[in-house]
Structures are given as C-alpha cells and as structure tokens.
Write a protein that binds this ligand. Structure first.
Ligand code: 5GP
Length: 195
C-alpha cells in the first residue's frame, strides 16, 4: 500500500512528567512496525530498569557539552536541571531505517524541531488534572520531593503551551489515549499517501 511505502514522517510527542506518556508510547510502538523511537541523549542518571541505548544514551555532562560544541546535536534543551537532546546520528539512523520517527521532546524540543523547518506532526498528552498528575508522580516513586515540585512547576508551564501543538490528548483512559495517538498517526500517513 502506498502509505506503507512512504516513510520519513516525524511525530513529536510532549507531555508533562506523569501524564502517562511512556506507557502510551510503548504500546503504540509495540503495535506499529513502521514507527521507530528516537533515542535521545541525556545527562540525567538512569532510573531503575533503564538501559543505555534503549531509553536514552546516558552521557556525563562534560561529554554532552563537548558534543554540543562539536555540532553533533540536531536540537537540545535543559529540562528539570538536566540536558536532553537529539543527536544528528540518531536522526540518520531513523532515516536509513526507512521508518517514521517518534520523538519524545519537551516543549522547547518541539519548538526547536519546528525552527529547524522540519514538518513534524506534534501531539501534546496531558493528565486529566494537576491533582491527578501529582498523584501519578508520587505513585511512580522515582523522584524525591524536590524533583516532584520542580516537575509539577514545569508541568503548569508546559500545559500552558498545549495550543502550539497540532493535537492534544487528555489521558483519562490509557487504552483510549493509545487509540487516539494511533488515529493521529494513521491520519497523517493517509494525508501524505493521497498526494
Ligand atoms: P524524563 O527525565 O522524564 O525521561 O524526561 C524529561 C523531559 O525531557 C521530558 O519532557 C522529555 O520529553 C524531555 N526530553 C527527552 N528527550 C529530549 C530531547 O531529545 N530533547 C528535548 N528537548 N527534550 C527531551
């Protein structure tokens, strides 16, 4: 089918921490063999269960900064006190795989991609309320109080930017949210396939 042959679309997904983004993306990727996850680099320490080269490329800050100076990043930003960015080599890997890219970026990253002139489909995922978001962050048990407070403060700022995105998904039910993201991806593929 024409839409399976056409590749190279970029989907950018942003969400405040705790909105359920990781679960939604994991399921969508598992369902969709034509989609590949863009692995970012970060100076954040790995969380339990995270593996270098799978969730992220974990870099020490001096190494990250040196690679920024060397022009190796397509985009990067400071988020919650750590550096995060997309390496050009990662984008090359995805282009050569012939698949569509799923990029998980913060709001700055989404703007960076747009500023690069990349024609991305952008999606913002949010929890039904801030109370719910706070509860989910605590239940996750991966961050201390200080980090939770910082992530909540940033969430309020990020939610205010949601209108800059092409689509907003409110994650009330995880299965519905996955179905919504898959529908957005399908629609984008059909749109280009019909040209
Ligand atoms: P976490 O520490 O929870 O894995 O991610 C924190 C934030 O960093 C999330 O909002 C995530 O979307 C963002 N992020 C992850 N990778 C990148 C990246 O390559 N560039 C930018 N700008 N943000 C990223």
């Amino acid at each position: 089918m024409a839409n399976a042959e056409k590749s190279g679309r970029i989907f950018v997904v942003s969400a405040p921490s705790g909105a359920g983004k990781h679960t939604i993306l994991k399921r969508t990727l598992a369902h969709d063999p034509n989609l590949t996850y863009s692995i970012s680099a970060t100076t954040r320490k790995p969380r339990a269960g995270e593996q270098d080269g799978r969730e992220y490329y974990f870099l020490e800050r001096p190494v990250f900064e040196q690679r920024v100076s060397a022009g190796e990043f397509a985009e990067w930003a400071e988020v919650h006190g750590n550096l995060y960015g997309t390496l050009r080599s990662e984008l090359d890997r995805i282009v050569s795989s012939g698949k569509d890219a799923l990029m998980e970026l913060d709001v700055q990253g989404m703007r960076n991609v747009k500023d690069l002139g990349i024609d991305a489909v952008t999606v913002f995922i949010m929890a039904p309320s801030l109370e719910e978001l706070e509860q989910r962050l605590r239940a996750r048990g991966t961050d201390n109080e200080e980090v939770i407070a910082l992530r909540l403060k940033n969430a309020i700022k990020e939610i205010a930017s949601r209108r800059e995105y092409d689509h907003v998904i409110v994650n009330v039910d995880i299965r519905d949210a996955v179905a919504e993201l898959e529908a957005i991806i399908r629609a984008a593929r059909e749109r280009t396939a019909n040209v």
